[in-house]
Ligand binder design. Structure first.
Ligand code: BES
Ligand code: MN
Ligand code: ZN
Length: 498
């Protein structure tokens, strides 16, 4: 995909499709007006008659038949101007790009003026929206070549203002770096579990390491044994695939302390001996979404050369019911020395994270953020519109909230009072790995809180947001790539005072 920025007249662009964004109750902006004029005021008429209502996400395809140089025009709604956000712009770009691809366009031009004050942010949002909206996972389709030939090859952002070109271009570079990482994550999460094993993820991390000059180390079973990682080893014991503990370091922050990002990387969650019912078990290939998001975020941080030190930790294993598998009733000793009684082998995420969080503490980090498809209960509590957030650090929670609003990857906080910790007390060990049906998101987080010592910590539960069953404006049905844009925004703003 090629993305460029030009200054010029949209009516004169030879393109498969021109994209015109309109706000409800507003006259067409300066660029839209050029097209409107060339089309004999057709756009104004369609809006006036109510044929096209510029509600968020609404689209209307027009064939100008020679009155402008482009083959097609798509009008796309932004909703009320007073409610306009970057996410609305991103959504409009995603919708417009996919409508034009379906219609047969091979390249598009997007009118980029009048969408907001900051041209760099607009360039970023238009890039992310259109690129992510056009994403498809074709690797396992036999006619991939055919489908690829029908892809949009070039996206051009057009401004009438030569002076905004530089800022738009900077935004395009940022947006593309972020979108590419999010698409890498979508690819990884969509891949069949037999092709996305812990070993494959370790190899992927090394490949990214070479590309972006990161230090990548992979601990094998022997080293995990030496470190006493009983949580990760316990979960891995039922699987034929060897576990990997993947460590990715990005150092561009001088003497600053590390930011630790920890991602749950279960490459398939069968539930283990407490096996899951067959319905939707295939979806449990997405249980490595947290680890993939951590890789994606560090990849973007490196691409954007952020002045930070970041360590990514990916405890990677399958959760399978093999003959050596963990059993309900077993007790594990974790790397921290604390013991956990297993009541349900399907509550495995918190077991592998207990070791990864303990390992993160070795870095004396300024903050630990873990991201995990941890509990079905999170979807019951919040649905698919928000990632669950719990933790001990108010400043980072606020920054994540802001990053969530800005990127559209919204988070919502749940409480983590001491009373919840009582619910995971075990009769025979230091704690137990389930706290009952009620408050499942919170009791899972309560267990994690036992492994972060005094370090500032935030937990993100993406169980319900890592995958979507319905097409969204820039997130087609399937793996969403959640976390990459959220964490990248968090990292970009990390040192900003507030
Ligand atoms: N990976 C699952 C959580 C999950 C469920 C993710 C649905 C995506 C969709 C996790 O390992 C799990 O199985 N959690 C159990 C915990 C329970 C046994 C305490 C759950 O949510 O049912
Ligand atoms: Mn599970
Ligand atoms: Zn799981």
């Amino acid at each position: 995909m090629k993305i460029k920025v030009i200054a010029g007249d949209i009516a004169k662009q030879k393109t498969g499709g021109a994209v015109i964004m309109l706000c409800e109750g507003e006259r067409p902006g300066p660029v839209a007006a050029q097209v409107d004029k060339a089309l004999g005021a057709l756009v104004t008429r369609l809006v006036k008659q109510g044929d096209f209502k510029p509600k968020p996400g609404a689209t209307h395809l027009l064939y100008p038949e020679g009155r402008i140089a482009g083959e097609r025009v798509v009008l796309v709604g932004l909703g009320k101007k007073s409610d306009l956000t970057l996410n609305r712009v991103r959504q409009a770009a995603g919708r417009a790009a996919s409508v034009l691809r379906s219609a047969g366009a091979r390249d598009i031009v997007i009118a980029s003026d009048g969408l907001g004050a900051d041209a760099a942010e607009i360039g970023q949002a238009l890039t992310e929206g259109s690129v992510l909206g056009l994403y498809r996972f074709l690797k396992y389709k036999t006619n991939e070549e055919n489908d690829r030939a029908k892809d949009i090859q070039t996206i051009t952002l057009l401004t009438r203002n030569a002076s905004s070109k530089k800022a738009l271009e900077a935004g395009v570079r940022t947006g593309l770096a972020i979108a590419e990482s999010a698409m890498m994550v979508r690819d990884m999460v969509s891949s069949p579990p037999k092709d996305m094993t812990p070993a494959v993820i370790a190899a992927k991390a090394k490949e990214i390491g070479r590309q972006f000059r990161l230090t990548v180390r992979v601990l094998e079973r022997r080293q995990m044994e030496k470190l006493g990682m009983g949580g990760l080893l316990g979960v891995a014991s039922g699987s034929a695939q060897p576990p990997k503990f993947i460590i990715v370091e990005y150092r561009k922050g001088g003497a600053k302390p590390f930011i630790a990002l920890v991602g749950k990387t279960i490459t398939f969650d069968s539930g283990g001996i407490s096996i899951k019912p067959p319905e939707n078990m295939d979806k449990m290939k997405d249980d490595m979404s947290g680890g993939a998001a951590v890789l994606g975020a560090i990849r973007t941080a490196a691409a954007l050369k952020l002045p930070l030190n970041i360590v990514g930790l990916l405890p990677a294993t399958e959760n399978m019911p093999g003959g050596r598998a963990l059993k309900p009733g077993d007790v594990l000793r974790t790397m921290s020395g604390q013991t956990i009684e297993i009541l349900n082998t399907d509550a495995e995420g918190r077991l592998i994270l207990s070791d990864a969080l303990a390992y993160a503490c070795r870095y004396k980090p300024s903050v630990i953020i873990d991201i995990a498809t941890l509990t079905g209960a999170c979807g019951i509590a919040l649905g698919q519109e928000a990632t669950g957030m719990l933790g001990t650090d108010e400043r980072c929670k606020n920054k994540l909230r802001e990053a969530g609003e800005k990127t559209g990857e919204r988070v919502w906080e749940l409480p983590l009072w001491d009373e919840y910790i009582d619910l995971i007390k075990s009769d025979i060990a230091d704690m137990k790995n389930t706290g009952g049906r009620q408050g499942g998101v919170i009791t899972a987080a309560a267990l994690l809180s036992k492994f972060v010592q005094k370090y500032p910590w935030v937990h993100l539960d993406i169980a319900a947001t890592a995958w979507t069953e319905k097409d969204r404006p820039y997130t087609p049905k399937g793996a969403t790539g959640i976390g990459v844009r959220l964490l990248t925004q968090f990292l970009r703003d990390f040192d900003k005072k507030n």
